[in-house]
Design a protein around this ligand. Structure first.
Ligand code: PLP
Length: 432
């Protein structure tokens, strides 16, 4: 690369951990607005990675920027507990009107991983039980507790053992790659039996504090869990006094056409971890539960210095206003239906696309080697991502082998930009 920004790589390589800088596509930008990011030499990118599913209202939404400016002149930092500021109170009140029924109490934190840590600690605290059961393929973050329940790729776990104790796994109900080799519509959700196997062989239900699951698997492959499976999990948790934790860090905040994916499945968890889109890109997360359960978490049992920062809360309040004023959920439904229909059409025409699935604007396109039994094809996925970037479209991979393409435009995406993105994607697919 030449021009402004070309030396940023060498400078970053010298001073910023290489663990952080070498991701895809890592293009230099100097500003971003709405669905577009702009490079320092006039480059223009249609960003359908949306700040990794965080810039749901698009980059730098004017209403969000105005709220940040205004709040930053009043109060930059509390922390809550030392100074009490209205934005955090108001945010909790407003969020309680959009979260699944009964989940109306919030512990604000700084990130998705922290929201997961909070969820795990809360579940252990209130049940006084040790074990946490997670799902193979799940991604919950990179702090030690969150990494302990993360299995989307083994590289996230390498050299970090020993992890948090009493952690168990059962296969995620990933229908395209059914753990029992069954076909989704005729399977009778037999994979749920694997949970009973776990109880029979590895851990008694009375020792389990929580199940933690992404209702739609994110990093692990962009695939929704069947609602029947989640309903069965809910029932098992109720019968055994186990907390059900939904990780809605990626699937939450309008991405799937309802404020949270839980609302689209008819299953309400006991605890939810939320982050990413809630403050349009500013660092904010929350562990969410019922007032009754939260009241059992005694003062000081958990804490934070920066969590619920006033500027982030102001950004989150403005984000909620954008949802209401621009009817974003409706936009997600309309654009999501169109995208899914278009992409399923591509699947029918291109044998290298094994599966297209998703809800709203959280869609996964899984690449396979044609003529094989669904053998994952990360090389094909990579060529598609490169072909898209060459034409100015940023997309991002997912899946254990990076064989899935995430299709996650900002939720404000217009019809024109969506069509443009879909056409570029089709061109790139047609070239492999
Ligand atoms: C489902 C899910 N949970 C947790 C996390 C961790 O969030 P963070 O990177 O903000 O710590 C992520 C991040 O991608 C995620 O997708």
């Amino acid at each position: 690369m030449t021009g402004i920004g070309s030396d940023w790589y060498t400078r970053a390589g010298k001073r910023i951990s290489c663990s952080l800088v070498r991701d895809w596509p890592n293009v230099p930008v100097e500003r971003a607005q709405g669905c577009y990011a702009y490079g320092p030499n006039g480059e223009k990118y249609l960003d359908f990675c949306s700040g990794m599913a965080s810039a749901n209202t698009g980059h730098c939404h004017p209403r969000v920027v105005a709220a940040i400016k205004e709040q930053s002149e009043r109060l930059l930092h509390g922390p809550m507990g030392v100074l009490l500021y209205e934005p955090i109170v108001k945010l909790a009140e407003e969020l309680a009107t959009v979260t699944p029924a009964g989940l109306d109490s919030f512990f604000f934190l700084n990130s998705g991983s922290e929201a997961i840590e909070g969820a795990i600690k809360l579940a252990r605290y209130v049940t006084e039980r040790p074990a946490i059961v997670a799902f193979t393929g799940g991604f919950h973050g990179r702090t030690m507790g969150a990494a302990s329940v993360t299995t989307s790729k083994s590289k996230y776990r390498r050299h970090y053992e020993p992890f948090m104790g009493s952690t168990y796994f059962v296969p995620y109900p990933y229908c395209f790659r059914c753990p029992l080799g069954l076909e989704p519509d005729r399977c009778g959700v037999k994979c749920f039996r694997l949970i009973h196997d776990l109880f029979d062989h590895c851990v008694q239900p009375s020792d389990v504090a929580a199940f933690i699951i992404e209702p739609i698997l994110g990093e692990g492959g962009y695939t929704p869990a069947p609602p029947e499976y989640l309903a069965m999990l809910r029932k098992a948790c109720d019968e055994q006094g186990i907390m059900l934790i939904f990780d809605e860090v990626q699937s939450g905040f309008g991405r799937t056409g309802t404020m949270f994916a839980a609302q689209g499945t008819g299953v309400t968890p006991d605890i939810m971890a939320i982050a990413k889109g809630i403050a349009s890109g500013l660092p904010l997360g929350a562990t969410v539960t019922s007032t009754a359960l939260m009241s059992k978490w005694s003062t000081g049992a958990h804490g934070t210095t920066f969590g619920g920062n006033p500027v982030c809360c102001a950004a989150a309040l403005a984000t909620l206003e954008v949802f209401r004023e621009e009817d974003l959920l409706n936009n997600v439904k309309e654009r999501g239906n169109r995208a899914l229909e278009y992409l399923k059409g591509l699947r029918d025409r291109y044998p290298s696309i094994g599966d297209v699935r998703g809800r709203g604007l959280m869609i996964g396109i899984e690449m396979v080697k044609p003529g094989t039994n669904r053998e994952p094809d990360p090389t094909a996925a990579e060529s598609v991502l490169k072909g898209c970037l060459k034409r100015g479209l940023i997309l991002y991979p997912a899946g254990t082998y990076s064989q899935v393409i995430r299709f996650i435009p900002p939720l404000i995406v217009s019809e024109e930009d969506l069509e443009l993105g879909l056409r570029i994607l089709e061109r790139a697919i047609s070239e492999i």
